[in-house]
Design a protein around this ligand. Structure first.
Ligand code: SF4
Length: 390
């Protein structure tokens, strides 16, 4: 595929921890309520999968381990695991994988489990970045979303993380929550900025079918904010973040200089990755595979000596081209026009109407969304994909 620089770079490692204290009202991720005995068995199963998969990864690191570009433990709620399970997990990571020197190693953290001993354990085990799911600093909004923590726990977790040694912390915030006015959103952004995180992710609340939020809306018990209000919230946050020295580098992501999330950048650049755990996806040598989503079934497969793979299929040239466009246009780096030729795309031709409409721009051999294009990104990418015929 074109220059395909990703071939010489080791893959990224993702590990999925499927446990949460309880399900949030908007969540359609693969997660189940915390179950202590299952969590212990799950972590043992992860160690087995890590060992089996590490040998297949190709690029060798130190002491025969598989080299990884970045590592990310997400969920679910990774810090729902107890100290003993976290130690087992970290041991399995280091026995089987090695990160390049200075490589980014992130763990997602929910403030409800923000125990300082766990944070210290993670830091001492080489984790150098935390992503804290704050979501809001309003007790009303946290309660509406079914978040199991309050504002005080977010701040306490943040301070404990700094105390443990973390110098790279990201905060997640959610906007467009029913009943959330501009004033409350602005307050949330101000509170987040006052903590001085290195990175912020701002996600628009999306009602997914099958979630409690979706039924609430269907029954007319809540109303999503209108498109104009949502755009105004995005714009206000952007102004505040730029003024505070952050730059947007992806549709939902802002960082201080040189603090972009390397793991996510690899994903948006269609780099390779190995996913371990229930529901984890992997991508290597143009093959994509995914594990079974049920944690019990995942543990059982590894107990019986089987790999827990549910689906595995080659990525077709059309799919690869579609991913190249969809993922690349999420970032301010945008798409390399020369790489596009490797995907047999005539981007210049198809993007022209969007450039004329002020939604996309071409400079330095790259195609990227304008500010207006970012605000309407889903529509822009869907229409571009259709124009290309993918
Ligand atoms: S903490 Fe995250 S993964 Fe867990 S239920 Fe809430 S939104 Fe879903």
């Amino acid at each position: 595929m074109g220059k395909n620089k990703t071939k010489v770079i080791p893959p990224s490692l993702y590990i999925h921890i499927p446990f949460c204290l309880k399900k949030c009202a908007y969540c359609d991720f693969h997660s189940i309520p915390f179950d202590g005995p299952l969590a212990s068995r799950y972590v043992c199963a992860l160690s087995v999968e890590a060992q089996r998969r590490a040998g297949e990864m190709g690029v060798l690191g130190t002491a025969g381990t598989a080299a990884m570009e970045t590592a990310y433990i997400g969920g679910g709620t990774p810090n729902s695991l107890g100290i003993k399970e976290l130690e087992t997990l970290m041991g399995a990571v280091h026995r089987n994988f090695s990160l390049r020197p200075g490589g980014e190693f992130t763990v997602e953290v929910n403030p409800v489990f923000g125990n300082p001993d766990k944070l210290k354990l993670l830091f001492d085990a080489g984790v150098n970045r935390l992503s804290i799911g704050a979501q809001s600093f309003s007790e009303r909004e946290l309660e509406f979303m079914g978040r199991p923590h309050g504002e005080a726990e977010i701040e306490r977790t943040f301070f404990d993380a700094r105390q443990a040694g973390f110098q790279n912390i990201s905060l997640d915030l959610i906007y467009a929550i029913p009943g959330q006015g501009m004033e409350s959103w602005q307050h949330n952004v101000e509170k987040a900025l006052s903590l001085q995180p290195e990175h912020l992710s701002l996600y628009e609340l999306t009602p997914e079918e099958g979630t409690p939020l979706y039924s609430l809306l269907e029954r007319g018990h809540a109303v999503m904010p209108g498109e104009e209000d949502v755009l105004a919230m995005q714009q206000r946050a952007e102004e505040m973040l730029l003024k505070a020295g952050y730059a947007r580098y992806e549709v939902s992501s802002y960082s201080l200089p040189a603090m972009e999330a390397a793991h996510n950048l690899n994903y948006w650049a269609r780099g390779e990755y190995l996913g371990l755990g229930a529901a984890a996806h992997s991508f290597k040598n143009s093959i994509r595979w995914s594990n079974v989503t049920d944690p019990q079934a995942y543990v059982q497969a590894l107990d019986e000596g089987r790999l827990p793979v549910e689906r595995s299929e080659p990525v077709s040239p059309d799919e690869a081209a579609r991913e190249f466009v969809l993922l690349g246009l999420r970032t301010t780096r945008g798409l390399d026009m020369e790489d596009a030729e490797g995907y047999k795309l005539d981007l210049g031709k198809h993007a022209q109407p969007f450039v004329e409409g002020g939604l996309l721009e071409i400079s330095g051999g790259r195609l990227r969304p304008t500010g207006k294009g970012f605000a309407l990104l889903n529509r822009v990418t869907a229409e571009l994909i259709e124009a290309i015929g993918l």
